[in-house]
Design a protein around this ligand. Sequence first.
Ligand SMILES: O=C[C@H](O)[C@H](O)COP(=O)(O)O
Ligand SMILES: C=C(OP(=O)(O)O)C(=O)O
Ligand SMILES: [Mn+2]
Length: 462
Amino acid sequence: MSERIPTLAELHALKPAQQPTYPDPAAVEAVVRELRVRPPLVFAGECDDLRAHLAQVAAGEAFVLQGGDCAETFDGVTAANIQGKLRTLLSMAVVMTYAAQVPIVKIGRIAGQYAKPRSKDTETRGDVTLPAFRGDAVNGFDFTPESRIPDPRRLLDVYNASAATLNLSRALLGGGFAHLRSAHTWNSDFVRTAGVNERYEHLVDEIERALAFMVACGIDDDVFGRVEFFASHEALLLEYEQALTRIDSRTGRPYGVSGHMLWIGERTRQLDGAHVELLRSVRNPIGVKLGPTTTGEQALALADALDPEREPGRLTFITRFGAGKIREGLPPVIEAVEASGRKVSWICDPMHGNTFEAANGYKTRAFSDVVEEVDGFFDVHDRLGTWPGGLHVELTGDDVTECVGGAELLGEADLGTRYETACDPRLNRNQSLELAFKVSERLTDGRIRRVNPVQDYTPINF
Ligand SMILES: O=C[C@H](O)[C@H](O)COP(=O)(O)O
Ligand SMILES: C=C(OP(=O)(O)O)C(=O)O
Ligand SMILES: [Mn+2]
């Protein structure tokens, strides 16, 4: 890990991919100056806590649930929207914890997930071609020439939106919203889907009985009232991320303070690239997305660059091979990393390798492909004797119609009913919960090492 924060000039000299071309460099400098004096959004000590939890994941003693929007939007910073996502994540986590009896490390794709890498620089509608939408952090979603011009002042809006989102999340999760006794209410206005919902209600009934039993035994159930929750996003925009990289006063070492966990995307993980250069300098836990072309050699080189000290919990590989490629493509990558003696966390993103365009033009994913990739992920790890460390998904708290399939049997003709994503199609609440049940079935395959959450994972967490 390099201990010096690279300058923006040094990073730009590395010709970073997927950066906006701002029309006014002076405006960018002014924004960066302003960001540099804003308070950190997260505390470095919290990043250390998450790294410690991820060390347990790498050791096969905990499982990660990481989820949220593909692209957060400024309009989406409302209480209802944030609560909806948290409720979805909490209900998934409770299902997975109860069924699998393994601590679930809860990480949102939230409070910073505003910038998008794109496969094409432009978007064409009819005979009009404009710059692609790159997330609210960069330009506007409206398909007009003015709106698509990158505006650096949006980075200040990202900071403010992230601060507001974190503030509400911290208040809710520390203030009773996440108490296990409330588990029924997280699901109370779900669209009733036969099977999934009943299963959830049944499970929560059992948890309530267990809680009542513990209270009767004299255990204070306040310990089930708080949830540890972490924020993560793709560290894509160098101006924003570098301006929010600070020296921690406790340790004198650099931390990215825009989120607890930062990840490098599939399109920006070049070994000699600017994103690797910036993130190797910070102490946060770091993720790297690995797509279907990844070789064992590349993964190992990334691990050496980003985690030279082999620090437990430092590095997470988020694999997104696609349902049809994971069984062939993932084993050599895991084998190469394992053979080096490294212990990283392996997380499955079953979304990004499974995107396709429906006949009616909607960008979508099939729930069956998502499940197939998750199954492939568990099968590969089972076969290699490695620990399947977690799940990374794009989801929302709303009953949207963006991914086809699932218990509601959404078809391509249904996609237009409620298609609201600003970028990639997300699982809706029912599909998310259904996936949580599938994952917990795989986690209970008789393979998990049972741990005692009270002794091995503090603070107490459901
Ligand atoms: O969220 C991820 C990427 O930005 C997205 O998958 C790219 O999508 P595109 O192919 O529509 O640009
Ligand atoms: C861009 C994303 O993924 P990837 O880098 O894996 O394509 C994403 O997570 O939204
Ligand atoms: Mn996405």
